[in-house]
Ligand binder design. Structure first.
Ligand code: NAI
Length: 277
């Protein structure tokens, strides 16, 4: 199949890579050639690393299936376009509107959004039956799950194609209704926020909270360690979106999270979060 990925950031690169690894021809579109050159490098490095563990991956073959462009016209005949651009509904709606006008009627339009409504993006198109969510997890080449999100108008055929594509990547899918944060983040983000509230209340230290969940609930890593990996700014953004969408006080953002982000303590990427790096 012909796949197109819009946005060659952390997620877009990974998504393009796994589609190409599973045998599809992939066009990656971003706003500048400079960003695309970086993406090309990142993907090549990742493939070389993965091929050392998995002999079935031949980097030169996968790279030959990837094509980089800044020209939307090249997406016209794609079978599926998935966007992984900035998490902003107005920007995403603009892209969906443009794609709907540009692409052939057969083209499925998918979004990798983690917190925005698939229905809101579908609403600006004339192909609501061919719009769905395909939510990958970071790092895409390693994480096994894809959440496939359907609105009330997404067709069964669209879901089946998305499912088939996920299977071809050797990943697993789950089906989710178009609801705030879908399943993984809906459970994970409030859970991490509750751990942050425990730190705020002085109930236990970050290290002890993490130890509690690792040894008492068999989690591979603790919630605060995970928050530092995800990035506290991202955590704040997602929990805020959940609170706004549901208007439910149980999803309020912990004050400590806001303070840490305001101080630039964003976790691993800034050198300090709940731990020092
Ligand atoms: P990022 O900031 O790393 O990459 C976004 C890319 O999109 C940039 O290269 C930017 O130049 C490009 N872009 C922005 N507007 C564009 C446009 N109009 N046309 C073409 N390219 C455009 O972002 P990241 O982290 O990869 O996130 C992308 C999407 O994936 C967001 O919707 C986010 O919520 C979602 N997501 C992110 C995860 C993560 O762990 N970072 C996990 C799962 C989903």
């Amino acid at each position: 199949m012909k796949i197109a990925v819009i946005g060659s950031g952390i997620m877009g690169n990974g998504i393009a890579q796994v589609f190409a690894t599973s045998g599809h021809h992939v066009t990656i579109l971003d706003i500048s050639n400079e960003v695309l050159r970086k993406a090309e490098n990142t993907i090549a490095k990742s493939l070389i690393k993965l091929s050392q563990k998995d002999a079935k991956i031949v980097p030169s073959e996968v790279l030959a299936r990837l094509n980089y462009t800044t020209d939307k016209q090249e997406l016209r005949d794609a079978d599926l376009v998935i966007e992984a651009i900035t998490e902003n509904i107005e920007v995403k709606k603009k892209v969906f509107r443009e794609l709907d006008e540009l692409c052939e009627p057969k083209t499925i339009l998918a979004s990798n959004t983690s917190s925005l409504g698939i229905g809101d993006m579908a609403a600006v198109t004339n192909r609501k039956d061919r719009v769905c969510g395909m939510h990958f997890f970071n790092p895409v080449p390693l994480m096994k799950l894809v959440e496939i999100t359907a609105t009330d108008e997404t067709s069964e055929e669209t879901i089946q194609i998305a499912e088939m594509l996920v299977k071809q990547m050797n990943k697993e899918s789950i089906h989710v209704k178009d609801t705030p944060l879908f399943v993984v983040n809906r459970l994970l983000v409030p859970f991490i926020c509750e751990a942050i509230t425990l730190v705020e209340e002085g109930t236990a230290s970050p290290a002890d909270i993490d130890k509690a969940m690792q040894l008492g609930a068999n989690h591979p890593i603790g919630p605060l360690w995970l928050a530092d990996i995800i990035g506290l700014d991202t955590m704040l953004h997602i929990q805020e979106a959940l609170f706004v969408k549901t208007n439910d006080s149980k999803y309020r953002v912990p004050e400590l999270l806001r303070e840490m982000v305001a101080r630039g303590e964003l976790g691993r990427k800034s050198g300090k979060g709940f731990y020092q790096y």
